[in-house]
Design a binder for this molecule. Sequence first.
Ligand code: NAD
Length: 291
Amino acid sequence: MASEHQPPFAGANALIFGGAKGIGRCVALEWARRGARLAIADIDEAAAQETAAEVEAAGGKAVGIAANVMAEESIAAAVATAENALGGIDILMNNVGGMLNGHPEDIPIREWQRIMELNYLGSARGTMQLLPRFIARGSGHIVNTASFAGLYPYAASRVPYAASKAAVIAMSENLAVYCEPRGVRVSCLIPGPVATNVMDSMTSWTEDCPLRGPGTETTLMLPEQVAVVLADGMRDGRILIPSDDVGLEIVKRWAQSPDGFIRARIDEFASGNRGNPAIPDAIRAAMGARK
Ligand SMILES: NC(=O)c1ccc[n+]([C@@H]2O[C@H](COP(=O)([O-])OP(=O)(O)OC[C@H]3O[C@@H](n4cnc5c(N)ncnc54)[C@H](O)[C@@H]3O)[C@@H](O)[C@H]2O)c1
């Protein structure tokens, strides 16, 4: 059986953009538990410091850094600060993502642009800072966070979000084709529904626009569980790492008949099925305990 303290984590220096809260915070704690040293870069500097303190309280090494992935200079400065604190970076995670909701015709084009800038180009900017170094030394691991929304169609109420996450998946897949022969690993975390506070920063552009979910066959997960799935997937050499393999099962159904799949989703929504995930009792209890 594989030891959990093995590459890519033991002794590695990891930088996570969007590592202060939610999934990123749990990934930081999980990677630290497996032996990595962490730089937690986030627009919420206080939360980044808090998460770094949590890692250190658990016996790990971490620094919290202020960073805005909308700006190349801010990313470059965060990389420099992380390298000064830890040494060369071995693992980069581009985890920042923002949500929005509304009918597509109500969402101004500047908002489509903002979501693409944040979710897709934010990941590309992080990648572009470290890729030249990773390629030059023939090692390194890039992890980008996408979403089930970019994997198969359901997100009628957040079309720009789905498009930005599809872009993250396409970028990651093609980067893997390019990078892996050069010794650089690429993984794409593809979360299904996860119990975080991501909705707090969600802009809504249409009143009473139901938020359509990824399907009743999906299950809400805790960010701690997603962090374990990601770390195990990276350890096992996976490229696409859905939080739950049900995402890939759904893609298989889509692939058998893409039009049929889309029409079935239209019919489902028309019948009042919003595609909400199942919420296991244990997860409901864990969410309640956090409030
Ligand atoms: N929660 C879900 O159900 C879900 C599902 C699929 C995909 N995702 C994706 O997972 C990732 C993490 O989401 P989460 O649910 O943990 O949300 P979250 O809001 O808890 O975490 C996002 C983190 O990014 C930070 N951030 C926001 N804007 C930033 C910026 N401009 N620069 C730097 N940091 C910034 C936030 O402060 C926060 O710490 C996102 O990419 C999200 O799209 C989440």
